[in-house]
Write a protein that binds this ligand. Structure first.
Ligand SMILES: [Zn+2]
Length: 382
């Protein structure tokens, strides 16, 4: 390969110019696929549309040998919000002082471009070819319902007998400075829709009624003042937050017959969605019931011990930045929750502070170098 080195900022800027707000693709994956094909990757484009709009996905692999190291990411972005609050058009891909500005710069078009540039540099220096393969799994609905993205792609890969031996997810995991944090697991997330039931009545005659709002307040008090746990080796304590309380009663002289609240629990590996659901039911029963609880678990907690993938990422970070990253499990859910069922996975990428914010911006040189160093450590120093 003798083409000029890919500039990750230039590639990411081209991606940002495609306003791929979930579920739209707007040609973003075309840019990724064409770039990868030029580097010798075999690309597979797949569109899934179960229960909604079509979602574009890409699997690309260079080489046929093993181990097959996969980089996973997404080209979809969250909406930019009010454009006039941005210093630059969020979809212009502006570059100033080496920093790339725009929606998706941090989360996570920048990391995709950095990994592709790193792969090109690594492959350039290893013409004889490492025995293994490099692959990319890029989806278009990570920021959305995540139904037609990574999950379906993994089923498709499985159906083809395609094996991933390890995976790096390029989410913006760094907290304050690049390389300070690698994620090796995530908390689970449970959402409960709680409805307290009572008997409607006149506020002047409360003995004839049963105030559902009072019942709800007592339930929420009980739930928010009980410690769920004190954390575990790699996890912070589980937390329960009340997201909303709705009685919907416009009259000041009516005792409401029902009252609703939505609560969200981020839970560590001391719980599963199932045990937490039981805990909630028991707590509410102890208060006399008179309620219904609807629970959805959008992800179980998981932990992948640092091992081969996390340790090598950490070593690459140390060599490039001098930082010793912390292995963490904080933050929201990510597609790593699906990938961890098929191979060891760790998440590492840019500093996340500006993700999803106005004036999202970032430089990519150091991340590119870290990914390139990691590829060397993974393939050449087993
Ligand atoms: Zn993301």
């Amino acid at each position: 390969m003798s083409e000029a080195a890919l500039d990750p900022v230039e590639l990411a800027a081209r991606l940002i110019r495609r306003p791929s707000v979930t579920p739209k693709d707007e040609g973003a994956l075309d840019i990724v696929a064409v770039t990868l094909e030029e580097l010798g990757f075999a690309c597979h484009r797949l569109v899934f549309a179960e229960g909604g709009e079509p979602i574009h996905n890409l699997y690309a692999r260079r080489g046929t040998g093993r181990p097959n190291l996969c980089f996973a990411g997404h080209t979809d972005v969250v909406p930019p919000g009010a454009r006039e609050t941005w210093s630059f058009d969020p979809f212009a891909g502006a570059v100033r002082d080496g920093e790339l500005w725009g929606r998706g710069a941090v989360d996570m078009k920048g990391a995709i471009a950095a990994f592709i540039a790193a792969a090109q540099r690594y492959l350039d220096r290893h013409q004889a070819g490492a025995a293994g393969s490099i692959s990319l799994l890029i989806t278009g609905d990570e920021e959305g319902p995540a139904v037609n993205g990574t999950k379906k792609m993994l089923e498709w890969l499985d159906g083809r007998g395609e094996i991933l031996d390890a995976c790096v997810v390029g989410e913006p995991t760094s907290a304050v400075t690049l390389g300070d944090m690698i994620k090796i697991g995530r908390r689970g997330s449970l959402t409960g829709r709680l409805t307290a039931h009572g008997v409607q009545g006149h506020t002047a005659y409360p003995h004839l009624a049963d105030n559902a709002a009072h019942r709800l307040v007592a339930m929420l008090h009980a739930l928010t003042t009980t410690e769920l746990d004190r954390g575990s080796e790699h996890f912070p304590p589980s937390t329960l937050q009340v997201a909303t309380i709705d009685v919907g009663n416009p009259a000041s002289n009516v005792i409401p017959a029902s009252a609703q609240a939505v609560l969200n629990i981020r839970f560590n590996d001391r719980w599963t969605g199932e045990t937490l659901n039981r805990w909630l039911a028991e707590r509410l029963d102890a208060l006399g019931g008179h309620c219904t609880l609807d629970v959805t678990v959008s992800g179980e907690s998981f932990l992948v011990p640092p091992g081969a993938i996390g340790e090598r990422l950490a070593e690459a970070v140390r060599r490039v930045t001098g930082n010793s990253p912390e292995f963490s499990t904080t933050g929201g859910t990510s597609d790593a929750r699906f990938i961890r069922t098929c191979c060891p996975v760790a998440e590492f990428g840019l500093v996340g502070q500006r993700a999803h914010q106005v004036d999202e911006r970032v430089g990519l040189a150091a991340l590119t170098e870290i990914y390139q160093t990691f590829l060397g450590l993974y393939f050449d120093a087993p």
